[in-house]
Design a protein around this ligand. Sequence first.
Ligand code: SF4
Length: 291
Amino acid sequence: MPIHTEPLYRPPSEAHSLIFQITHGCSYNKCAFCGMYVDKPFEIKPTDRVLAEIAAVPDSYAKSVKKIFLADGDGVVYPTEGLLVILDALNAKFPNLIRISSYCGPQALMKKSGADWQQLYERKLKLLYFGLESGNKEVLTLMNKGMDAFKVLPKVKELKSIGIAFSVMVILGGGGKRLKQEHIADSARWVTEASPDYLSFLTLFLRRKKDYFNGLEKPTFRDIFEESRDMIQLIEGRNIIFRSNHVSNFLPLEGRLAQDKDRLVSSISGAMAHLEEKGLLDNYPEFYEEF
Ligand code: SF4
């Protein structure tokens, strides 16, 4: 069976997937907001060890596995040659496998050629979880994301044309008050152009750089709700499955964009009215201080 080392993170939608940690930590590990792998050195697990873990899964159990998630923070950064060997072994071992997925950072995304991604897709790598965080250059610099969102966009489109689905994450509050409008406009424009299959909003947690908001002014509940509302309104979605139900979100939301736009906006307006009535709308979320 797979051997796991903590901490182990996976997207909520992979709760029922079998997880193989083919890397440990994150190859980049420098995003200013992210504390997931601060104390976990990056390692590419040797292919032989991964193959041994795959071989150790009992055949009786292997038949029941439909989805596999490759951890850790950007599993697909694994060198393509070894990754193809691993995917072949997974396909041979799990006869009812439908899809393989992984987190993917911009470094892993750009490192592989279209031909590499095509070969991976043919071996059932069908879904990538991609942390856009923001479409705005200045916000991404503040986040130390190491990416220009619009420079990686053609690559995202190329992978989509191969058939690889994208689940994109945007971080509410990432631009503070000062960059709020730019964050909204550029993130909505990027999402509209990329047209990912899934989109989720998370809210900024300060798990790494405690002085993140220096010179920016922290966003209030009002700012966070307005970002969520305005992005939803601006995104011209074509059947994007939308979720905003991470533990960091103040209001759980789910629907499809653009079909459910009015309902989602109305839920946000309702929550804002409720907080306004309680005199809390212009307060700062406490978790900025908690980590
Ligand atoms: S957000 Fe993703 S890419 Fe950035 S440090 Fe965390 S795991 Fe790595």
